[in-house]
Write a new protein. Structure first.
Length: 277
């Protein structure tokens, strides 16, 4: 019977391969990666480089998505903070612009030529009348500031009205468009006089006692006449002629005018410390 004997040749071949591999690795390491193994490794990297780039490109949006999810709360809070700061800056700009506008209004009333040497009290409008029977405003000055009933009230452009009620800190000013208001006026075109009467909100004032054939034009300015016992000093602008009509046989011209002051936008006024002479 033949007996099979395993030869030592395969073991020898395996040992030889292992030693050869170790030798090549050692030689490649000492050569700084420039040996055969280094070349094989480099070729392998070059071969897999496109695959790695494609993988990174495909996974980058996914990575960005998860990063955005993680920081979403922080970004939302930061955006809200920035919006609040922007709104605050805009608010400050609007406040500064409004303060500048109010300052200009006050400056415009500091040197009113038609006031002359009459002492004045600066006041701010704090309330308007909601009644249909009386057109008036309330200002933040009263007897403690030297304001008294009957004193004329003006703005930068001209006549506003007169004080009708007063307390220590407040005063009520009857506007010249009120139906009970009247003021003597002088026509600048020829010096003739008349009486301006209020007709209510949004209605032009009428001018009574204007002689027939008086030459008047649209836009002519009318001033307070300042005649004896008048409630207002002479020369304050009151309004501009709106329309002139002459009725046949009438004893006077049919004249209307619009107040020279925009009474719907009153903010600051001057109370004239003046009484009829």
């Amino acid at each position: 019977m033949a007996v099979y004997r395993r030869t030592a040749r395969p073991r020898f071949v395996l040992l030889l391969l292992v030693l050869s591999a170790l030798t090549l690795v050692t030689i490649d390491t000492r050569a700084g990666g420039s040996g055969v193994i280094g070349q094989i490794r480099a070729k392998a990297h070059d071969a897999f480089a496109p695959v790695q780039d494609a993988t990174h490109s495909a996974l980058r949006p996914v990575g960005n998505f998860f990063t955005g999810v993680v920081h979403y709360g922080e970004l939302k809070s930061e955006n809200a903070r920035l919006r609040d700061e922007l709104a605050k800056v805009r608010g400050q700009q609007l406040q500064a612009a409004d303060a500048q506008r109010e300052l200009q209004l006050l400056l415009d009333q500091q040197h009113l030529d038609f006031v002359g040497n009459i002492p004045t009290v600066a006041a701010q409008v704090v309330d308007t009348s909601s009644s249909n029977f009386e057109l008036s405003v309330q200002v933040n000055r009263g007897t403690s500031s030297g304001v008294a009933a009957g004193m004329p009230v003006v703005a930068a452009a001209g006549l506003v009205g007169r004080v009708v009620e007063v307390s220590a800190k407040r005063a009520t000013v009857l506007l010249l468009t009120d139906p009970t208001f009247s003021v003597g006026v002088r026509l600048t075109a020829n010096g003739d006089t008349g009486v301006a009467n209020g007709r209510g909100r949004d209605n032009p004032m009428t001018i009574d006692l204007v002689p027939p054939n008086t030459r008047l034009n649209h836009g002519d300015v009318l001033l307070t006449s300042g005649l004896q016992l008048e409630r207002f000093p002479k020369g304050i602008p009151v309004g501009r002629v709106d329309a002139v009509k002459q009725q046949p046989g009438a004893l006077q011209e049919d004249v209307t005018m619009n107040p020279i002051v925009d009474l719907s936008r009153l903010e600051f006024v001057q109370v004239l410390q003046w009484s009829p002479q």
